[in-house]
Design a protein around this ligand. Structure first.
Ligand code: ADP
Length: 385
């Protein structure tokens, strides 16, 4: 009888132990699942003390999960916006706070949301919204920039219209005013065209890989650049020296129109920013690793190092007045950078203040189609290999 009783008791104990082990395992799985969450999670007791937090929450708020257990959350998240939110007991919305890792040049913005549960406890979720906040700020800046860029010529244009309506002008004055008005409307047109180009580039998939002949493309860019250079620095003054290398012995797979506008933006910028008497050198080359590189080098004013990383941002200009004087929209390099990236390439800039700049487009080897001379054909011709 005793044997039987001992056996039953041992079996019951083992079953109990098994149940306890299962519970511990379930708790571990549960904690592991919360640890795997991309959000910060903190459990607060009814007094607002930290019962538990995951590693992400610890990082967001600089909490030590062991040492800070049972610390009041208000001692660790001291921002007034959070204190007011916590006290308001209105937890339908979230609150934005600055993260513990926030530093100048490395902003960290968090969205924090409290969710009450079981008898006064609270679940506190935090979420890194830095990228979202930055995208939002960029969108606001962009709208402000576009409005500003359009408002300036529009104000001038409206002023001229008013003058022409209210003052009796002789034929010569009328002609002069109309010329100035035409220049302003052209400026707005260029801006709108650049904006449309940018939005087309951003909203469409990367271009298919039809091979593009670079010879005619470069000839077109060269003619355009020489025309612009003659206009800005006529031969009787101090003309610029433009040098174009041999057309490359390869084709590039991509969108011809996009490539043309990327290349012409770089060459025209060199012409616009380099003073009379300066030189501009345009050269394609094949890099040892098979990539193709177009370098546009000028002896212009150069760009200080602190600006280099920001070139290619929409409306970022080093020299505002110079850009406007020469009809710039501040979008040329943004378009060029986009085109390069859509073709799997990149825009590289190196420059020395007072010495000049080199803007280069580098395209991946997969987009390069080598041209070979087919000697056997009647009359030599070029073939893409
Ligand atoms: P913009 O229409 O103002 O020329 P871009 O996007 O083409 O706009 O260029 C951005 C800025 O980069 C210019 O405003 C100018 O300050 C600078 N920049 C571009 N190319 C050159 C260059 N070749 N030499 C010196 N500065 C340049």
């Amino acid at each position: 009888m005793w044997g039987e009783a001992t056996y039953r008791a041992t079996r019951a104990l083992r079953a109990e132990q098994q149940r306890a082990d299962d519970s511990v395992q379930r708790l571990r799985d549960f904690v592991a699942a919360i640890q795997a969450s991309p959000n910060g999670v903190i459990l607060l007791d009814p007094e607002g003390r930290i019962e538990w937090c995951n590693d992400i929450a610890a990082r967001h708020f600089g909490i030590d999960p062991q040492r800070d257990r049972m610390q009041h959350i208000g001692n660790l998240v001291r921002e007034p916006a959070f204190t007011a939110y916590y006290a308001s007991k209105d937890y339908d919305r979230d609150v934005k706070v600055i993260g513990r890792d926030d530093k100048p040049g490395h902003p960290v913005k968090l969205s924090v949301h409290l969710h009450p549960y079981g008898g006064g406890h609270k679940l506190m979720l935090s979420n890194d919204v830095t990228a979202l906040a930055q995208a939002d700020a960029m969108r606001r800046d962009f709208v402000a920039n576009v409005s500003h860029e359009i408002r300036t010529p529009l104000t001038v244009l409206a002023g001229f219209v008013e003058t022409m309506q209210s003052l009796p002008l002789d034929a010569q004055e009328r002609e002069r005013y109309l010329g100035l008005m035409a220049a302003q409307s052209e400026r707005m047109q260029t801006l709108v065209n650049d904006l449309l180009t940018l939005s087309r580039l951003e909203g469409s998939p990367p271009p298919a890989g039809d091979p593009v002949d670079l010879g005619p493309l470069m000839a077109q860019c060269e003619a355009e650049a020489r025309g612009l250079s003659d206009l800005l620095h006529p031969a009787e003054g101090k003309p610029q020296k433009l040098r174009f290398g041999e057309p490359p012995a390869f084709q590039l797979a991509g969108a011809a129109g996009e490539l043309r506008s990327a290349v012409s933006n770089l060459i025209n910028n060199a012409v616009r920013y380099t003073p009379g008497g300066g030189g501009i050198d345009v050269q394609w080359e094949r890099l040892p690793d098979g990539r193709a590189r177009l370098a546009v080098t000028d002896t212009g004013p150069g760009i200080a190092p602190e600006h280099l990383s920001r070139l290619g941002e929409r409306f970022y200009r080093v020299d505002r007045s110079r850009s406007r004087e020469s009809g710039g929209t501040g979008l040329g390099l943004a378009i060029t950078k986009h085109v390069a990236q859509r073709h799997g390439g990149e825009l590289q800039v190196s420059s020395q203040l007072g010495k000049g700049s080199t803007f280069a487009l580098v395209f991946p080897a997969q987009r390069v189609r080598t041209l070979t001379l087919v000697a056997a054909a009647p009359g030599d011709r070029l073939n893409a290999a």
